[in-house]
Design a protein around this ligand. Structure first.
Ligand SMILES: [Zn+2]
Length: 234
């Protein structure tokens, strides 16, 4: 009977029996396009956890240096201190083992830039009992899966997709449109480079941008060959 009980209510019985030495962790994922308020939602959550007496820390990617290096600033100007790191695996060492042990809640912003997101969330929530709140882009400007954000959906307790307002028509915006000719996936920028758009305007915008890009590309090819010819030999 006992083993049957264990098999049907694993988490409560293992907790009660002390088989897991600490409270089990949680993973919460906040996704959406740019300007949907993901960072604001993350900060709100982390602040309220902090107000409830829990130890909190926020990690952001050191790739994004748009506003400040050691703080997170939302598009509406709210600020919070954070750890800017190139990867998540270095967090524990930098934060200190003892301090890490005491930590209850870890926020991760711009999660699409962390390649080791899956392993970090597994370790932090499953083994270390942390609550991990992750905010990031689910898709890039071409609506392709961005980084490892979608890989952690199977690990998550909750998933929230936020929306913005389409900059062209005011409807709900689910996607991010890049306004420049640059085609690499990771291009850090704000409203100068990106805008939130609805489905219709993403599709239309994509057609317009591709046409613009090919025009710019042909101009660039001409000017590049001119620059190469003019560049001094070193
Ligand atoms: Zn629209």
């Amino acid at each position: 009977m006992a083993s049957f009980k264990h098999s049907i209510s694993l988490s409560s019985s293992t907790d009660r029996d002390g088989l897991i030495g600490r409270a089990s962790g949680e993973v919460h994922v906040i996704v959406g396009p740019m300007f949907a308020g993901k960072t604001t939602a993350l900060l709100r959550r982390i602040k309220s956890e902090g107000n409830n007496g829990r130890n909190v820390a926020i990690i952001k990617s050191s790739k994004d240096t748009r506003y400040a290096i050691n703080s997170i600033v939302t598009h509406d100007g709210a600020k919070f201190p954070c750890w800017a790191l190139p990867d998540l695996s270095s967090f524990r060492k930098k934060y200190g083992d003892e301090a890490y042990e005491k930590l209850d809640v870890i926020g991760i912003d711009e999660a699409q830039f962390f390649e080791d997101l899956y392993d970090f969330c597994c370790k932090a929530a499953d083994h270390d009992g942390k609550t991990v709140v992750v905010a990031g882009l689910d898709g890039d400007y071409l609506r392709r899966s961005f980084g490892s954000v979608l890989d952690i959906i199977p690990l998550a307790d909750t998933v929230t997709k936020l929306t913005a307002r389409c900059e062209l028509c005011g409807k709900r915006a689910f996607f991010t449109l890049r306004k420049t000719e640059e085609t690499k996936t990771e291009l850090i920028g704000g409203a100068d480079v990106y805008m939130p758009v609805c489905r219709q305007h993403h599709v239309n915008g994509q057609v317009v941008m591709e046409a613009a890009r090919s025009v710019l590309e042909s101009h660039k090819l001409k000017s590049d060959s001119f620059l190469e010819a003019a560049a001094p030999v070193v």
